[in-house]
Design a protein around this ligand. Structure first.
Ligand SMILES: [Zn+2]
Length: 101
């Protein structure tokens, strides 16, 4: 596994993950269809929020189990706590300086 860093568009939220980038996914729930985000699944022990906790906004809907986080300044979806696997984050795949994690 390698360590990858990512951030939202304005840079307020920064994080890093340890991943082999094999668990890429697209979710077809009604929210993710609108976001059209490609995500990588990361166990919570392999995810570190480095900056921007106070810039994180959270959206919840339906059963209110999953937590969908985004930057309240630039609006970019960063990561979410998964409903089906609460020990995992889904992380926006396109958030590194090189345009993807
Ligand atoms: Zn931002």
């Amino acid at each position: 596994m390698k360590t990858y860093q990512g951030s939202c568009h304005c840079g307020a939220i920064q994080f890093e993950i340890d991943s082999d980038l094999k668990a890429l996914m697209k979710c077809d729930c009604s929210l993710c269809r609108k976001k059209n985000a490609v995500m990588v699944g990361v166990h919570k022990s392999n995810f570190r929020l480095l900056a921007g906790a106070d810039s994180l906004a959270t959206y919840q809907w339906n059963m209110k189990i999953a937590k969908h986080h985004f930057c309240q300044n630039c609006g970019i979806y960063t990561f979410h706590r998964r409903r089906s696997k609460p020990d995992e984050y889904g992380v926006n795949f396109f958030l590194s300086r090189r345009s993807r994690i």
